[in-house]
Design a protein around this ligand. Structure first.
Ligand code: KIV
Length: 312
């Protein structure tokens, strides 16, 4: 089989133009990154959410750069041919432009990442510019930004009020001007997120940001039902959708010890790949997130947003 061709930022820009939704997922280790690549995702994020789902922290704030490099290196080994994005943990970029560039370069040089993502807009714009000027591909992240969620009162849906929407648009425009290749919006209703996707030329993706953006991200452990402390309301566990297909597959194998001498394709690896494939299929067919996995916006709030100077 031909190795998969890694997507480029030109492909991503083309997919936005052609309205082809991008399907991406987080992975933090060798086996699940392998699953992601086999399932045909467009991109993988080594998120600092790995600090929670993989390392057991209660939030993403304690995650260090060394821990992120450890996770990203393993993910790269599992998915050598997939566009891999390293997530800058808190403290890796805020102190100054030089810190931001050096941290980002660690993702590229030590872990083999293709790009980095960092949270924040205007408040971190000088650091974003410095990384872009250093030739690093940078993705922005706005909306609910977990590293600074305490500053807006915890994990709350964003972009519902005129002030929150306009602040997000101003941050998004500043990031686009600074040269980010794409933007991720987290936890916003479809309509304001869709407006931002329309206003920006670069691709705008969502995690819990509804149906009108240019692609979807999901946390791997949520698709598997593999993280017991918490699952956001917008995330879907895909195991129930694929369990009967998996049972059929496994029942056709008479002796599991005889599965593949070079490649073992049974058990959790197959089940997980089926689940991620289903997610990719649903994103590409625009079935996920649908209204079921999107935040609603009250009609009176939407009416106010429609009067914003940024509403197209
Ligand atoms: O760390 C992560 O996985 C993220 C997503 C929640 C957007 O940043």
């Amino acid at each position: 089989m031909e190795p998969k061709r890694k997507i480029s930022i030109n492909d991503l820009a083309k997919m936005k133009k052609e309205k082809k939704p991008v399907a991406w997922i987080t992975s933090y280790d060798f086996p699940f990154a392998y699953v992601s690549e086999q399932a045909g995702v467009d991109m993988i994020l080594v998120g600092d959410s790995g600090g929670m789902v993989q390392l057991g922290y209660e939030a993403t704030n304690p995650v260090t750069m060394d821990e992120m490099i450890h996770l990203a290196k393993a993910a790269r080994k599992g998915a050598p041919n997939t566009f891999l994005i390293g997530d800058m943990p808190q403290g890796a970029y805020e102190p100054g432009e030089r810190d931001a560039v050096l941290s980002a370069l660690r993702f590229v040089k030590e872990a083999g990442c293709d790009a980095i993502k960092c949270e924040g807009g205007i408040r971190v714009i000088s650091k974003v510019k410095a990384m872009v000027d250093a030739g690093i591909l940078v993705m922005g992240h706005l909306g609910l930004t977990p590293q600074s969620s305490a500053s807006f009162g915890g994990y709350r849906v964003q972009g519902k009020s005129v002030s929150s929407f306009e602040k997000t648009v101003e941050d998004a425009l500043a990031l686009e001007k600074a040269g980010v290749f794409a933007l991720l919006l987290e936890a916003m209703p479809s309509e304001p997120a869709g407006q931002i996707a329309k206003l920006l030329k670069i691709p705008v993706y969502g995690i819990g940001a509804g149906t009108m953006v240019d692609g979807q991200l999901i946390i791997m452990h949520d698709t598997m039902g593999f993280y017991h402390p918490f699952r956001p309301w917008f995330a879907k566990c895909y195991i129930p959708d694929v369990i009967s297909e998996f049972q059929k597959y496994i029942s056709n194998i008479t002796d599991l010890r005889k599965v593949g001498k070079d490649e073992r394709k049974d058990g959790l690896l197959v089940l997980a790949t089926m689940a991620v494939q289903k997610y990719v299929e649903e994103v590409r067919n625009e079935k996920f997130p649908g209204t079921e996995y999107s935040y609603p916006i009250p009609a009176e709030d939407l009416k106010l947003l429609e009067k914003s100077k940024f509403w197209k």
